[in-house]
Design a protein around this ligand. Structure first.
Ligand code: MN
Length: 740
């Protein structure tokens, strides 16, 4: 490739100028100078680097900074940190240099954005460790996360030029961690784009089909909307305020999810779009104007009483404010109408950063976000949680939708959906949680595992005799309650272990045995326990009895105790490195390498030739082949992206592969017979199993069968769809299976 450096230089300067222009309204005093300094340093540091696409590397930090300004609404400190976000990791510049020039704040943020170097123990996850590190800086400065999201967004936008295994790793990590994170911070526009890009790189066909259909239906949709809003518009005009009516189709990813979850074609997704009415109302009258418009809309169209959502009186935890109603249109379709002000709309799209503009008036929002940051900090402070456990816990917090409940004195508390009386007790106070025996909800007595509903008023009942036990972990959903219960149980264990230590000391003294680390090692080995704490706990609890201890003292080991862990660890590492070396460059050919490489087709998604697939190196079961859109891929790749290898089918027709089909239809006599006839007689396909159940005239069948490839499967599906009574035939996956 011939590179014209003069043209490139011009382009770099043009992009830099565009960044400054966008940032201009926010700049004060010497800000422009500082930004220039950061730009010069980054430009020099990345001077000889190029991205995979061939572009100069500096395009990346420039784009990240631009996203920070334009799409998130951040200011100077973030622009500087964004420009420098990759220099410590990839060049000779050190954090100390950055601190000297730009101060502690910037260097802290850059530090949070820099990956941890070094080797990780086998079985841990570098990705998880880095994610934890990044979040650790969140509790000090939320901008770290916002810049990281901008970084991720730009990497996703430019993912096309990356190798396939990297595409899969990055997109799955994005759907597993970053999109939920963007959602939790209220960055709706970014969250939506991340999700759509994930689908584009993991299931391109579905992505393209939905995108095309959205395009094809555009004209008829806008005709419909025009008619729908016509009578409403006339009356809103009468309010004499500025307003705007918009309609945007749902994101491709959410349409895809809906189709999959409800098993329906595109044409049957009824809420493809929502109509949004954005008002220019003055702050003190926001609420009243929104309700006036609500009243106008529902004068013309009948609302569905179950679908009214008032997030103006009680905003969502991520700051979202809006009034939603779903009404019946003249053509018999339900249409969602969202009513909000300009301010609310901006917060809904840009989230956290947008609120600075309206800072004085969003005390509620801020306190909610502050609560969340506190919660993240609490999770982070659990030192003994492994990074993988941490990511899991953290995600639990991200996903949950919220309900609103009240204390006996009428104080509003936000809880995750599915929270129980016990969750609520821990939300109030650890001591109350620890002593909780039940609750009174709306005057009725309920057990501790009772699931709360929106609007419940809860009074917790306690007893000084109550003590937490292992079962409690199953009764709670909030991270806060879970962590507290684990703590309490551990504390309890420690107390028992202390008693165990006393018993052990007494016994050993009687026999004049010295207590040292060597003895503990032998004890652990003899009783087959993994830690000293477990050993002492078992003694304290009486699981290891005095007789057992006596047996130990009489026992003379014949062979020296094996020094294991370290060498086993090295073995496992070597194996992984070996596989990595083998497959980093070339692609695993499925069908050909069968004898050489140990691999299996994953049961969860039953891939067949023609499917887009990847290989995943498991700890004990060799390599497993998954479909790129396997429902388990996000979790696997977000935590162990380094174990992914490229895989491709070789052309061979003599082999057949097991896969699953779900058949849905109306029940009639002879239908099962007809279906199996088509499969085994007409198409000569081997069935491995066939399970049907019928419920009130609807039948639901699951068939496992052997096919050659995706084309073969598609032909089979279209034949089956023609059987009388069959309404729908689709491939199915399973979540679960043994994965890592
Ligand atoms: Mn980057």
């Amino acid at each position: 490739m011939v590179i014209d450096e003069a043209i490139e230089k011009k382009e770099i300067i043009a992009r830099y100028r565009r960044l400054l222009r966008l940032a201009k309204p926010m700049l004060k005093d010497d800000d422009a100078k500082l930004i220039k300094r950061a730009f010069t340093i980054a430009l020099e540091a990345h001077k000889n680097m190029r991205r995979k696409s061939g572009e100069p590397y500096i395009f990346h930090p420039l784009s990240v900074a631009e996203i920070c300004v334009d799409e998130i609404g951040l200011g100077t400190t973030s622009i500087i940190a964004a420009l420098l976000h990759d220099v410590v990791e990839d060049t000779d510049i050190q954090l100390i240099d950055i601190e000297r020039i730009f101060g502690k704040k910037v260097s802290k943020i850059v530090d949070g954005l820099t990956k941890i170097r070094g080797v990780f123990e086998y079985g841990t996850s570098a990705q998880a460790e880095n994610f934890r590190k990044m979040l650790f800086t969140l509790s000090e400065d939320v901008r770290v996360i916002l810049i990281k999201l901008a970084d991720r967004l730009h990497n996703m936008r430019t993912l096309e030029s990356m190798p396939r295994n990297k595409q899969l790793r990055v997109s799955n990590e994005t759907i597993y961690l970053y999109a939920p994170l963007a959602h939790r911070l209220g960055l709706n526009a970014i969250k939506t784009e991340l999700e759509d890009l994930y689908l584009r790189f993991t299931d391109f066909n579905s992505y393209r089909d939905i995108a095309n259909k959205i395009d094809e239906t555009r004209a008829s949709r806008s005709r419909f909307i025009k008619q729908f809003v016509l009578p409403v518009k006339e009356e809103i005009d009468g309010l004499k305020i500025g307003y705007e009516i918009k309609s945007r189709p749902k994101s491709i990813y959410s349409i895809f999810n809906k189709m999959k979850k409800q098993n329906i074609p595109f044409e049957e997704v009824y809420d493809l779009f929502a109509i949004r009415i954005i008002l220019d109302a003055p702050l003190e009258q926001e609420k009243s104007y929104c309700w006036q418009v609500y009243s106008i809309v529902t004068d013309h169209y009948t609302p569905n009483p179950d679908r009214l959502r008032d997030w103006i009186s009680t905003p969502k935890g991520n700051g979202y404010e809006s009034l939603h109603t779903t009404v019946m249109a003249k053509n018999g379709h339900w249409v969602e109408v969202q009513i909000r002000t300009k301010r609310m709309d901006e917060i809904a799209e840009k989230g956290y950063a947008a609120h600075w503009k309206y800072k004085d008036n969003t005390a509620k929002y801020e306190s909610n976000l502050e609560k969340w940051v506190v919660r993240v900090r609490e999770t982070l402070e659990k030192q003994d949680l492994s990074a993988l456990e941490f990511v899991d816990d953290f995600r639990g917090n991200l996903f949950s939708d919220e309900i609103f409940v009240f204390t006996p004195r009428g104080e509003l508390k936000t809880m995750p959906t599915g929270a129980t009386a016990l969750d609520f007790a821990f939300e109030i106070h650890t001591d109350i949680g620890a002593k909780c025996i039940g609750a009174k909800i709306n005057q009725k007595l309920v057990p501790i595992n009772h699931v709360l509903k929106n609007g419940d008023q809860i009074e917790i009942l306690t007893s000084s005799k109550q003590k937490p036990n292992e079962d409690w972990l199953r009764f709670v959903t909030s991270t806060k309650a879970k962590t507290k219960i684990k703590d309490l149980l551990k504390e309890d264990r420690r107390k028992v272990a202390e008693e165990g230590k006393e018993i052990l000391t007494r016994k050993m003294r009687q026999n004049k045995t010295e207590i040292n680390s060597r003895l503990y090692e032998r004890l652990r080995d003899f009783f087959k326990v993994s830690s000293q704490l477990e050993l002492l706990y078992k003694i304290g609890k009486g699981i290891i009895t005095a007789t057992d201890l006596k047996k130990f003292q009489e026992y003379k080991p014949t062979a020296p105790i094996k020094k294991q862990t370290a060498s086993e660890l090295a073995d496992a590492k070597a194996v992984e490195q070996e596989i990595k070396k083998k497959h980093e460059e070339d692609t695993l050919l499925i069908g050909e390498d069968m004898d050489v490489v140990d691999y299996k087709l994953a049961k969860c998604c039953s891939p067949i030739p023609g499917d887009d697939v990847f290989g995943f190196v498991t700890v004990s079961e060799g390599i497993k082949i998954h479909r790129a859109n396997c429902p388990n891929a996000p979790e696997l790749l977000a935590n162990h992206g380094n174990r992914v290898i490229k895989a491709k089918w070789t052309s061979q027709h003599e082999l057949s592969f097991l896969t699953g089909l779900r058949v849905i239809g109306t029940d009639r006599v002879g239908l099962i017979n007809d279906v199996s006839k088509v499969i085994s007689e007409e198409l000569k396909v081997n069935m491995s199993s066939l399970a049907f159940n019928t419920d009130h005239g609807i039948f639901n069948g699951e068939i496992m069968l052997y096919v050659n490839d995706t084309r073969h499967l598609e032909m089979l599906i279209s034949k089956l769809e023609k059987v009388e009574g069959v309404v729908q035939v689709s491939r199915f996956d399973r979540v679960g299976d043994k994965l890592t």
